[in-house]
Structures are given as C-alpha cells and as structure tokens.
Design a protein around this ligand. Structure first.
Ligand SMILES: C[S@@+](CC[C@H](N)C(=O)[O-])C[C@H]1O[C@@H](n2cnc3c(N)ncnc32)[C@H](O)[C@@H]1O
Length: 394
C-alpha cells in the first residue's frame, strides 16, 4: 500500500511497517495515553463529551482501553451512550470478560465473533461508593441485552457499523493503520467528530492532507515527539528491530505515530513565538540561517525555504515551505496552510510546474550551472502567515 511510513530509516519506523503488514494491526493503546489525550480536550472544554454518544468502532468491549476509559469515566464525562464494536477473530476478545455470543456463529466466521456493546448508564453496583470499570463488568454480566452479535464481522465499513456510526457524535479509537485512509474518509464523510490514533506519515497522503488544509482534521495533543508505546498480545510471535520491544513491559515503541482529531484543544491556539526575518538572519541558532543575506528561495516557485519551525519569520507575507513537524504546533489563527509541497497536483493547482528533467539529476543540474542540491519544496508544507507583522515577533 502507499501508506508506508515516510522514512523507514529508524528502527521505530521499520517496526511500524512490520505492524502494518501483519494480518491484523495487533497493537493496543495504553489507558494512560487515552486518559492524557482526552484530558487535553477537557481542559479546553470540560463539556467536550457531555451528552454525546461516543463510538469506539475498532475495540473489544472490555479488553480495549478505549472501552475501559470511556466506561469508567462515563458519568464524569457526562456521556449519553457508549457504543463499542469488536472485530471477528480478535486475538484479545474474551481475555478479561467473555460473552456467550463470541462462540455463536456459522463455521465461516472467525471466532470470537464480533459484537456490539451499548451502555447508557453506569451505577455503583459493587457498593464501593464510586462508579468504575468493576461496576461496568458487573453490569455487562447481568445485562445480556447490552450486546448484539454483529453479522457483518464488526468491519467498520459494514452496514451495521455504519448505522451505529450515524448514531454517534464522537468516534474515538486506534483503527487499523492499513485502512487509515478509508477509515478517516468514512468518519469525515459522515460528519462525525473524532479522536483517533494514526501514522504520522498519513499527513501527506493525498487523501488526508486536503482535510488538514481545510481544517477538517488536525493533530491532537499527545505523542508530540512521536514516541508512543503500545502493548501487543502476549502470544504474539512478531519480531522487532532492536530496542523496539521491551520484554519487561511488554510494550513496543513506535515512532511517528500521533493523534488525529477535529476536536479543539488548547495547544492548537498557542501561537508559535517567532522572530522577524531580519532578526532570524542575525540571531538564529541555525547555521543555515544565521549570517545569511536572505532565506533561500525555491527554483520552481515563489516561496522561501524555512528548514526549522522556530526559524519561521514572523513578518514575512509570502508563502513559506516548512517542515512537516510544523503541524505539531500549528495554530490556524496564526497561519494558513496552502499546499503539500510533495504533491504534484496540489502544486500544479497553485500554478507551479514540476521541475523540468534538467533540474532533477545532479549531472543535468551541473550542465545548466545549478548547484547539485535541488531547491524544491520536498518534504515541506507550504504556509502563509495570516497577519505578518513585526508585532507578532517575540
Ligand atoms: C491497532 S488495533 C487497536 C485496537 C484498539 N482500538 C486499541 O487501541 O487498543 C486495531 C484494531 O482494529 C481491529 N480491526 C482490524 N480490521 C478492522 C476492520 N476492518 N473493522 C473494524 N476493526 C478492525 C483489530 O482487530 C484491532 O483490534
């Protein structure tokens, strides 16, 4: 598939590629990461989930930490309903709480078969004075009507899951990365709010980037530096590059994984503190900038190359090519996103012709008297300041 990790140069990225080619994307999000991420939205708006139907559509009811987090915090978040659907043949379904439905099916279905669990209330059933996951367990054991066997195998694209999606306000999960584009396309087409884990390389996919440009999708709060830890089933016989799997914790470390969302959070409204263009040229800590007469310009269109996010000049009114890590700090009030510099179609839409063949190879470049390093917005996002002015400089 074209959704391979961008630079499979690090052990972490290789491990992610391995995970994606596995029959199932079998790695599971930690409770603490879900908690930390959700807290970031609650800090911004305590009512983010109030009176909402939350749907976890790639999750084993009970074993998934997405289920556990939203079930345990049902009352605190003020949820109206929590819907969770599992997938046929899940290797962890039933490990902590088993349902009779897991074994009911014709022989064509992989067991445990997929189920939907719908919860509309959580009470203190074990009498410990609080509501938590143990109460949810008791409730599910006593109330078989909360479960439905899914005939469509629990595929998020099945008609049953789509019907549940239509009922939902917010979709929260870590979906299979191998189906990420399709997954995002589906939830956006249905106009849903979402908070999902995904591969950071997806940012530049043709199917994803336009959503980012149109502010229909942005990066969440956590995993900012891309180090994310996931658990894998204990019987998993997968092999990982050195340093990826930690036997003592049972966790794998993936780089280049992030949260994708259309829920608002505080960091999205924190301006990046920046210097003016003149001050960058004088004081920048980066040798590519400090002491130069100007920022470099691309050969094939009118924009400046900004190799570091903290070197974006505050007072430049034109288009700038910035690293993709800019999106970790993107404040839509400070900048607008113009295009993905790697996408030929997007560049052509801007009236930019691809570099001619004479510009591409080093030999050709030498012939026309150009330096061998190509100045095109490769691996760059093109942005423009909304209010370029010296006042925005710090
Ligand atoms: C990366 S795992 C994450 C599991 C869980 N959401 C979590 O974060 O712990 C992806 C999950 O999607 C399920 N899955 C795979 N293909 C699916 C599909 N087409 N529809 C729904 N779920 C699917 C897998 O069984 C697996 O549980």
């Amino acid at each position: 598939m074209s959704n391979e990790p961008a630079a499979a140069s690090s052990a972490g990225n290789r491990s992610l590629a391995d995970a994606k080619s596995a029959k199932q994307d079998e790695f599971y999000t930690q409770y603490v990461d879900i908690q930390k991420e959700v807290e970031a939205y609650l800090e911004f708006d305590p009512d983010t989930f109030r009176a909402k139907v939350v749907y976890c559509n790639c999750d084993d009811p009970f074993e998934s930490n997405f289920f556990k987090y939203f079930a345990a915090n049902f009352n605190r978040l003020g949820l109206r309903k929590l819907i969770t659907t599992s997938y046929d043949g899940s290797p962890i379904a039933g490990a902590q709480l088993t349902f009779g439905e897991y074994d009911e099916s014709n022989s064509k279905r992989q067991k445990p078969v997929a189920v939907a669990v719908e919860i509309e209330e959580v009470h203190d059933l074990n009498g410990d004075g609080a509501t938590g996951i143990e109460d949810v367990k008791v409730f599910l054991e006593r109330n078989p009507h909360t479960r439905t066997r899914l005939e469509g195998g629990g595929d998020f694209r099945s008609s049953e899951c789509i019907a549940l999606l239509k009922e939902a306000d917010v979709v929260v999960t870590n979906p299979p990365f191998s189906l990420f584009k399709e997954y995002v396309g589906e939830i956006i087409a249905h106009g849903k709010k979402f908070l999902i884990v995904g591969p950071k390389n997806a940012i530049t996919y043709k199917e994803i980037f336009p959503f980012i440009r149109e502010n229909k999708l942005w990066l969440g709060s956590g995993f900012a530096n891309g180090n994310a830890y996931f658990s894998i089933p204990s019987h998993s016989n997968r092999t990982f590059a050195n340093g990826v799997f930690d036997e003592s914790t049972g966790l794998v470390k993936f780089r280049n994984v992030g949260w994708f969302t259309n829920l608002d959070h505080g960091r999205r409204h924190e301006r990046i503190p920046l210097m003016t263009l003149a001050d960058n040229l004088r004081f920048s800590k980066h040798k590519q900038i400090k002491g130069k007469a100007s920022y470099e310009r691309y050969e094939n269109f009118d924009a400046i190359e900004v190799p570091y996010v903290d070197a974006i000049p505050s007072d430049f009114g034109g288009i700038m090519g910035v690293p993709i890590t800019f999106l970790d700090r993107y404040d839509p009030d400070q900048f607008e996103i113009i295009a993905n510099g790697d996408d030929r179609d997007e560049m052509q839409a801007l009236g930019v012709l691809p570099l001619g063949s004479e510009y591409v190879g080093n030999a050709g470049r030498r012939k026309v008297g150009l330096p061998s390093t190509k100045k095109a917005p490769y691996k760059r996002i093109l942005i423009r300041a909304r209010h370029p002015s010296k006042e925005t400089a710090k």
